[in-house]
Design a protein around this ligand. Structure first.
Ligand code: GLY
Length: 341
C-alpha cells in the first residue's frame, strides 16, 4: 500500500493512502482509531448495504445514512445529521469518516468543518469521481436550489483512503461519470489521458497526481486551481436546470464541449471513444441554463466566467486568473448551436 502526505500551504497535511484491497487490511482501522475511538461514519443507503454496515462495525463507529443522490447534499441534511450526532452524545473528540461518492464526502466534510467548531475528517471515496476529484482538495459544502456548492468551506481531510478495488463493482454509468473528470484532466493537463489504451488504474493515479499538483500550487482557488473547473460553469448550470436528473459527469461533458467551442476547440471527439453521452436533454431550455449561469460561484456581478483552453492540455492563463468573462452573445451562440440534441 502506498502512503504519501499532500501538503497544504495553510491547512496542514492530509495523509494519503492508495492501493488495491486497502479496506481489507487492518491498517485503515488502526489509522482512524489512532485519531479517536469515538467515530461517526456517514454514508448513503446504497453504500451502507454494500460496505457501510460491515465497515462501521469493524471500525466501532456510529453509522449515519442519507438517501443516495445529489438531492441529499443540502443544508437540511447537514442539520439532520448534526442533530443525530448530538443525540448520540458525540462531541469534539469525534472523528468523522465519510464513505461514499462526492455527495457524501462534500456533505460530511462540511459537517466536520463546523461540528463543535471543527473535528477531524477522514474521507473514503467509493466512486471514480470521488477518487479522482471530490475527495481531494478540501472543497466541502452543500447545494441550494439556486446553485451547486454555494454554501461551503475549504476543510482538508486528516486522511484519505483510496481503495482501487472498489472500482471493480461500479456500474458503467458511474465509471462514465468519473471518466468525464479524467478526460477533463486530459484536456487541461495531460493529453495522454485521452488515449484509449491507458488502463483505468493509470488514469486514476495520473488524475490524482494532476489534482494534487494543482491544489498544492493554489489550494484556495485564487488562480490556477480554476483550471479544474473547465466545463463546470456550463456543467453546473445544466445540473441545476435539469434538477439533477443529469449526472455530474454527463453535465460537465456537455459543458466541456460548449466551453471548448468558446475556446475555438472541438473537444467532442475525445468523449466518443469512452461512450460518454453528449446529448442535450430535451427538457432543458437554453434560457434556464443562461439564468443558472448568472449564479455560478465564479460569476462576478452576475456575469459568468469560464475556463478556456489555448490548446488541448493547455488552459489559457488570462494573466494567472485562469478564467474570463465571455460576451453573453457568444455564450448564447455556443449554447444554441450545440450540435448533439
Ligand atoms: N472540483 C474542482 C476543484 O476541486 O477545485
Amino acid at each position: 500500500m502506498e502512503m504519501q502526505s499532500i501538503e497544504w500551504s495553510l491547512a496542514g497535511k492530509t495523509e494519503f493512502f492508495l492501493g488495491r484491497g486497502l479496506l481489507k487490511s487492518p491498517l485503515w482501522i488502526e489509522k482512524i482509531r489512532s485519531i479517536s475511538t469515538r467515530i461517526a461514519l456517514i454514508t448513503d443507503e446504497t453504500v451502507a448495504e454494500l460496505y457501510g454496515r460491515i465497515l462501521s462495525q469493524q471500525l466501532g463507529a456510529h453509522l449515519f445514512t442519507i438517501p443516495p443522490g445529489e438531492k441529499s447534499k443540502t443544508r437540511e441534511w447537514k442539520a439532520q445529521l448534526e442533530d443525530q450526532m448530538i443525540e448520540r452524545g458525540l462531541g469534539r473528540d469525534t472523528v468523522l469518516v465519510a464513505l461514499g461518492g462526492g455527495v457524501v464526502t462534500d456533505l460530511s466534510g462540511f459537517i466536520a468543518a463546523t461540528f463543535c467548531r471543527g473535528i477531524p475528517f477522514v474521507s473514503i471515496p467509493t466512486t471514480l469521481v470521488g477518487m479522482v476529484d471530490a475527495s481531494i482538495g478540501g472543497k466541502v459544502g452543500v447545494n441550494t436550489e439556486k446553485g451547486k456548492n454555494l454554501i461551503g468551506a475549504f476543510y482538508s481531510p486528516h486522511s484519505l483512503f483510496i481503495d482501487l478495488s472498489l472500482l471493480d463493482s461500479l456500474s458503467i454509468k458511474e465509471i462514465q461519470n468519473g471518466l468525464s473528470e479524467i478526460i477533463k484532466y486530459g484536456l487541461i493537463a495531460n493529453p495522454s489521458l485521452l488515449s484509449e489504451t491507458v488502463t483505468m488504474e493509470m488514469r486514476v493515479r495520473e488524475g490524482i497526481k494532476i489534482k494534487c499538483k494543482v491544489i498544492k500550487h493554489d489550494p484556495y482557488e485564487k488562480g490556477m486551481r480554476r483550471i479544474l473547473n473547465f466545463g463546470h460553469t456550463v456543467g453546473h448550470a445544466l445540473e441545476i436546470a435539469s434538477k439533477h436528473k443529469l449526472s455530474h459527469g454527463e453535465a460537465i461533458a456537455i459543458g466541456m464541449v460548449v466551453e471548448g467551442t468558446l475556446s475555438g476547440i472541438d473537444t467532442a471527439p475525445f468523449f466518443k471513444p469512452f461512450d460518454i453521452p453528449l446529448r442535450w436533454p430535451k427538457s432543458i431550455e437554453v434560457s434556464e441554463v443562461l439564468s443558472a449561469l448568472e449564479r455560478d460561484k465564479k460569476a462576478r456581478a452576475g456575469k459568468a466566467r469560464f475556463v478556456l483552453l489555448d490548446e488541448i492540455g493547455k488552459p489559457r492563463s488570462f494573466e494567472g486568473a485562469y478564467c474570463t468573462e465571455v460576451p453573453l452573445q457568444r455564450v448564447e451562440e455556443a449554447l444554441y448551436s450545440y450540435p448533439y440534441c
